[in-house]
Design a protein around this ligand. Structure first.
Ligand code: ASP
Ligand code: MG
Length: 431
């Protein structure tokens, strides 16, 4: 008998029928003899609808009240799920984040979990109940207010509960079958992985893969939680995200006992959410990059890739390009334009038609030629590379946004990642 934490995303509990289907899955795990704790997201697009409502009554909703509002989405789904389980003859008890002991920082809308004290969860489990916890929310001890963890925060709720309860596995259910070698919507013959290393998963999530949220993967790695990403719509085994020393538990058909292999390339991630800003004609003297990026940081933008050109000897000036989330671009541009006279650059160019392609694999550390394969594949496909950046286990390039999907397909093939069949894509959001 194991202790299993399960997380169901909004698309898995979108309506009454789906809630009943999820309830049945939970009851099946209970029938198999396991203790079950469930973290649940708000139904379907509830969170977006609540956000729209808030903005319809106030241009800038008060953060405290916004968290009161948004946290209600998960209260609806948790109570309905518990009722559905009751009607199947099983005991279930729902708890809000604060009742479940999710203690967070005071930062409304982006609170971080600082402690988990699941006293009531334990009591309910000891009394034989299935426990349902509202995802995405917590409580701050100083302000005594309800907080939310940021969009997609239910993954983190589940992982944090799994860590605090020392669960055997944290199953994260969504509308995709697991982690693929690429987004199957972009690369149709992407393969589902049975295992992936936590650090590779982190790099993929940080570079555009949407199946798991980066903060949840990070929390899992730090606290030694094994994640099993799988689909609500099929009973098949999904993908185990393994930290150092973890192996897939016994009895898992098709993956039992598997450990982390170190593939040279585990997967390809694509990201259309970034924009590029080029600062043209920057005086090529010490301190200018520092000035520019201090201004950008103050605007609140989160810079990703940076490239500086070789300066033209004749002018003593250079160009500096960087990428950042599209949503941060206008604030960064405004901030830079305001200080143009002091910094002394010539002009700014904003480009929001870029795409970022990343290849990730822990085996890269030990193998050479990985980047050559990438560049060759892109060149054969006639795709121009605009920027390059690397980490120990990742190579990323910026290309034209409308060439990103083609680029992902040729690169996927070049690394031998193609599967024999087309991946099943359920209609949905990938959450
Ligand atoms: N309901 C929240 C959201 O849509 C949290 C979650 O789904 O994980 O962002
Ligand atoms: Mg949601």
């Amino acid at each position: 008998m194991a202790l299993i934490v399960q997380k169901y995303g909004g698309s898995s509990v979108a309506d009454a029928e789906s809630i009943k289907r999820v309830a049945k899955r939970i009851v099946d795990a209970r029938r198999a003899g396991h203790d079950v704790v469930v973290a649940v997201s708000a139904m379907g697009d509830t969170t977006d609808e609540l956000l729209d409502l808030a903005h319809a009554v106030a241009p800038i909703p008060a953060p405290r009240e916004l968290d009161m509002l948004l946290s209600s989405g998960e209260r609806i789904s948790m109570a309905l799920l518990a009722m559905a389980i009751h009607s199947m003859g099983f005991e279930a008890r729902s708890f809000t984040g604060s009742q479940a002991g999710m203690i967070t920082t005071a930062h409304h809308g982006a609170a971080r979990i600082v402690d988990v004290t699941p006293v009531r969860v334990r009591e309910a489990l000891d009394e034989g109940a299935i426990v349902i916890v509202a995802g995405f929310q917590g409580f701050n001890r100083d302000t005594r207010d309800i907080t939310t963890l940021g969009r997609g925060g239910s993954d983190t709720t589940a992982v944090a509960l799994a860590a605090a309860l020392d669960a055997d596995v944290c199953e994260i259910y969504s509308d995709v079958d697991g982690i693929f070698t690429a987004d199957p919507r972009v690369v149709p013959n992407a393969r589902k992985l049975s295992v992936i290393g936590a650090e590779e998963m982190l790099e993929l999530a940080a570079n555009g893969a949407k199946v798991l949220y980066i903060r949840a993967v990070e929390y899992a790695r730090r606290h030694g939680v094994m994640i099993h990403a799988r689909s609500t719509f099929s009973s098949g085994v999904g993908t185990f995200v393994l930290g150092p020393g973890m192996t897939v538990p016994a009895g898992v058909e098709g993956a039992e006992g598997e450990e982390m292999e170190e593939p040279i390339v585990a997967g390809v991630a694509t990201d259309l959410s970034q924009a590029k800003i080029t600062v043209i004609g920057v005086p090529d003297v010490p301190g200018k990059a520092a000035e520019i990026f201090k201004i950008v940081a103050r605007s609140g933008a989160n810079v990703d890739m940076i490239v500086q050109n070789v300066s033209a000897a004749a002018t003593g000036r250079t160009d500096i390009s960087f990428t950042l989330p599209k949503a941060d671009a206008s604030a960064a541009l405004r901030a830079l334009a305001d200080e143009q006279p002091q910094v002394g650059f010539e002009s700014l160019v904003h480009d929001d038609q870029i795409g970022k392609l990343s290849v990730v694999g822990a085996g890269m550390r030990a193998h050479s030629g990985v980047s050559a394969t990438l560049f060759e594949a892109l060149s054969a496909a006639g795709v121009n590379i605009e920027m390059i950046s690397t980490s120990e286990i990742r190579i990323s390039v910026v290309v034209r946004g409308d060439e990103l999907a083609d680029a992902a397909r040729v690169v996927h093939t070049a690394y031998g990642l193609d599967g024999d069949t087309e991946a099943v894509v359920y209609a949905g959001t990938g959450r």
